[in-house]
Design a protein around this ligand. Sequence first.
Ligand code: GDP
Ligand code: MG
Length: 697
Amino acid sequence: MKEYKTGNIINFTLCGHATTGKTTLSEAILFNAGEINRFGNIEDGNTVSDFHEDEIEHQHSITSSLLNCEWLDKKFNIIDTPGYLEFHGEAKAALRVSDFAAIVVSGTSGVEVGTELVWDYTKSDYQIPGLIIINQMDRDTADFDAVLAQAKDRFGNKVFPVTIPMQHGETLHQIADVLRKEIYTYDTNGSGNYQESKPSGEWVQKLEKLHEQFIELIAESDDTLLEKFFEKGELTEEELRGGLHHAFLTGELIPVFCVAAKRNIGVKRMMDIIARYAPCASDFKVVTGTKPGTDDKITLKPSQNESTAAFVFKTVSEPHIGELSFFRVYSGQVKAGDDLENTSRNSTEKMRQIFFMNGKTRKDCSTLIAGDIGAAVKLKNTHTGDTLSAASKPIELAGIKYPNPNMRMAIIPKAKGDEEKISEGLSTIHEEDPTFQYVVDPELKQTIISGQGELHLKMVMKRLKHRYHVELDTIPPKIPYRETIMGRSEAKYRHKKQSGGAGQFAEVWMRIEPRQRGEGIEFTNSLVGQNVDRVYVTSVEKGVKAVCNEGILAGCHVVDLKIDFYDGKMHPVDSNDISFQIAGKHAFIDCFLQSKPKLLEPIYTLVAKIPDTVMGDVMGDISQRRGRVQGMETDGQFQVITAEVPLVNLHDYSTSLRSITQGRGIFSIEFARYEDLPASEAERVIAEYKASREQGN
Ligand SMILES: Nc1nc2c(ncn2[C@@H]2O[C@H](COP(=O)(O)OP(=O)(O)O)[C@@H](O)[C@H]2O)c(=O)[nH]1
Ligand SMILES: [Mg+2]
């Protein structure tokens, strides 16, 4: 394979909402570049990017794919990412190593929540430039102007069309180019080829006007250009080219392209403009990281002569190959056989074989230079998010910012004795895919897995089954209810035992009263006189705290009350620590049961962003979940609903919102507070607890 310089490598991520045609577009790009000679499609399950069995079955991308091709002497490393919200972690990881984001929008559905999310990652998380591709322009309902207006509204007035469609729907075959003021007439046989011509009729004026506005926008992005522009009233072609590159790189221009990927219309011209003007690997002048284990900044140059630093953004386990680690080299070079330092884990790593990737196709390569992206096999102890660097100048690069999990499940092994395999499997999958998490919850006594949604967790279960041969059932996680009181009371408890040898004696007088929500437990003593030796105060407190931990009504933590140990009795010989613990415990239980005890449930604040059209259904669903809507706000073509919903009714929210909105809604939840559990629910919880106690669980 040809060798490229850092300045000739362009890395970008195809990202956006689901089914906008990212994978189809990646196929068109590879086809146009001659990397493949058959143009695969989604329906036949034969694209380079969607090669996984699950992707073919579901007819959409689930993991990101690394692709590469050459265009106009530039090497494109393209990462095609899944648009489904559950797999957005893949897009976040891909953007982490990209020079810019190529955000694909459908000409029919326009800006969607997935579009806004990737825009946010690009701007807030990584500060890289972006371009917008309006695809599916051959669909009858496609409306370029409407989608462009939406994009401007959402992403600002730096959004500007570089190519525009001259027909809409089926008949689309011509694209007007604002940069060159030319018309491109595409072959309709999918070859992607076109003929150039001069505009005529209304298009002369139209292109002239757009071209002028475009130059103004470019000139505005750079003071020296602006001066020249004012002096001469125009820019030379060379100035314009330089300005275009600079404006794109700095986000002063967000170029928009129109394409019909499936028909291979508009794609080649877009590739030309990317090759000529898009940000490339050498444009980001410094690589910033930290000295491992410290916050001290270190910078390197994005040059192959610099000390080596590479970042692993993805790990997969492929059958017959083993672990494949995808990485971008930021500086220096990585050669097969190199020993590098994994500065994230403080270990060394040998790079055995390294590859260029095109979907599942690997091409051996001996060296990857600064700016390039490839994969290595069988790294010993390197995982997603790790930095590999030269031992002589260790550096750690910033990690990937992942989305928060929004679905939790408790797991139960189907067979006994699988515990070890399960924990090994869970930890390996988490290291490969950090958006999947698990914890053994000591309070709930359950292993809780969490991820981006039902499909995501199903995929994890599938991997556990195939790779570790363990099968798991999933159930909704238990709810961490709380127990507390509404009234005050007092009780006296005498613990007395005489069985042969030394006896046990303790008497505890106690009062309890409620505290405000969130104030916790307060234990005090107001003993006077010498009825009880003060050493027993801690014994009583220990007894009380143990009960608070175990619960009285339903096995939940007791919260928000004040206990005062105010008097008691002791015996000179038979009283001891354990007797006072026992008496304290029972005195407390007696008090508690007399003080109008009740259960509390966790309430979460739910914020959902959804399209206008499904507002009624989303609200109806929230109220069915005992949720209370707190507010609604319009945000472009979306509505943002804030509601408070009991946690017990949220475990399947991700699935439900997805089905109500057809994948066009997003949400987040955050703990708000504990509130009274309605009486009928409390009865159920207490009955379930009693039943499980009887079964000995
Ligand atoms: N009419 C039309 N359909 C397209 C175009 N691009 C993609 N599609 C179809 O849109 C659907 C989603 O495409 P896909 O590439 O999987 O989208 P992705 O989820 O963004 O990767 C598939 O049925 C494609 O055949 C296009 O330009 N025109
Ligand atoms: Mg796809």
